[in-house]
Design a protein around this ligand. Structure first.
Ligand SMILES: Cc1cc2nc3c(=O)[nH]c(=O)nc-3n(C[C@H](O)[C@H](O)[C@H](O)COP(=O)(O)O)c2cc1C
Ligand SMILES: Nc1ncnc2c1ncn2[C@@H]1O[C@H](COP(=O)(O)OP(=O)(O)OP(=O)(O)O)[C@@H](O)[C@H]1O
Length: 311
């Protein structure tokens, strides 16, 4: 898959394209359905498949430079698009010029003139152009004039709830991780560098890898989770605490994971923690001994959860 970060660097003049448009945060089951359809159409017509997406969320220009918290990193997003067989990802900076573009002009100047679009694949609720005034009706209306085909993907839902990045963020923040994973079609994960904590974990008999947090990402609600941790391309079972360690006073939120049957020094290493199941809320214990007892039960729970699974 080729990644293109500026419209100035594209040249599809000799090649018609199929394009899917959107933000695609998390590449959830709705996004996957749409992208699989795009790739299928493009293969059938022997044209390259193109994803048109933005590096920064369009809302970041109107909400004090902060779009919604991200579910997935750029790296994860691009990896998933690659795995789905996409040929090109246009990974464009959403700037004032893009924001001011009327939807008709976006179709004419960008999709048709620059990108030579022959097939458009969009979801039922896709909005674009200045003040999000463009929608599937406009795309439908302009298709004969510009000679392209339009495929609208009907809402992908699970148990009558339409999947969207917004709903998935709410599920993660609300502690409903299993449901979020169902909608994502894979476990929600957080990647980061292992940093020094207060050294208390070791004292308790449960050393933990604390992850350096990036405040542009969504965090699971405080609690203890059964997780898998990827370190140096190996997968470990782990129990992860998200929270403020209230037993020791109130601390800024941290994510720390205890890898089962592992005690190497991993400061400075990158790890990815995959959240699978929320076991309980975080508790303010009245003594260290009680916390230690509960952590031992959490590890037992982790082993039971993964029992029978072969890594
Ligand atoms: C599986 C697990 C469960 C935990 N549960 C709690 C909890 O319920 N309440 C709490 O105050 N801290 C909890 N902790 C956090 C410990 O207090 C924490 O590991 C300890 O303070 C070490 O912090 P440090 O890494 O900054 O040294 C938990 C940690 C783990 C790994
Ligand atoms: N559940 C779904 N079913 C079908 N199409 C979808 C679904 N969710 C998103 N899409 C489509 O996928 C494309 C990219 O979606 P986008 O990321 O912009 O929306 P989203 O997942 O609904 O996010 P948000 O919650 O931020 O609006 C759009 O064309 C959108 O209409």
């Amino acid at each position: 898959m080729k990644i293109i970060t500026s419209l100035d660097n594209v040249d599809f003049q000799s090649n018609a394209t199929g394009i899917a448009l959107g933000n695609f945060d998390g590449i959830h089951m709705g996004h996957k359905t749409l992208i699989i359809k795009l790739v299928e159409i493009c293969k059938k017509h022997n044209i390259p498949s193109v994803i048109y997406t933005f590096r920064n969320h369009p809302k970041s220009l109107t909400s004090n430079n902060r779009g919604p918290l991200k579910i997935a990193s750029d790296r994860q997003k691009l990896q998933l698009l690659r795995e789905l067989g996409v040929d090109y990802t246009l990974f464009i900076e959403f700037d004032e010029k893009q924001r001011m573009l009327a939807p008709e002009k976006f179709i004419e100047e960008i999709l048709i003139r620059r990108l030579n679009m022959q097939h458009a694949v969009v979801g039922y609720d896709y909005r674009f152009g200045y003040k999000a005034k463009g929608d599937i009706h406009l795309l439908e209306h302009m298709k004969d004039q510009h000679d392209y085909q339009l495929q609208v993907i009907q809402p992908v839902a699970i148990e009558n709830e339409i999947i969207s990045s917004t709903v998935i963020r709410q599920l993660i923040q609300g502690g409903q991780i299993s449901k979020a994973n169902l909608y994502l079609g894979k476990p929600f994960s957080i990647t980061g560098t292992v940093i020094h904590g207060r050294g208390m974990g070791k004292q308790l008999g449960f050393p933990t890898a604390n992850i350096e947090l990036d405040d542009s990402f969504v965090l699971p609600s405080p609690g203890v989770y059964y997780t898998k941790t990827i370190l140096d391309q190996k997968i470990y079972y782990s129990a992860t605490n998200v929270g403020h360690n209230p037993t020791f006073g109130e601390h800024p939120i941290s994510i720390e994971t205890h890898l089962v049957d592992f005690d190497d020094m991993i400061y400075g290493k990158k790890i990815e923690v995959l959240f699978l199941y929320r076991a309980r809320r975080e508790i303010r214990f009245s003594s260290k001994v009680e916390l230690i007892g509960q952590m031992a039960r959490d590890l037992e729970g982790t082993r039971e959860y993964f029992f029978g699974e072969i890594l």
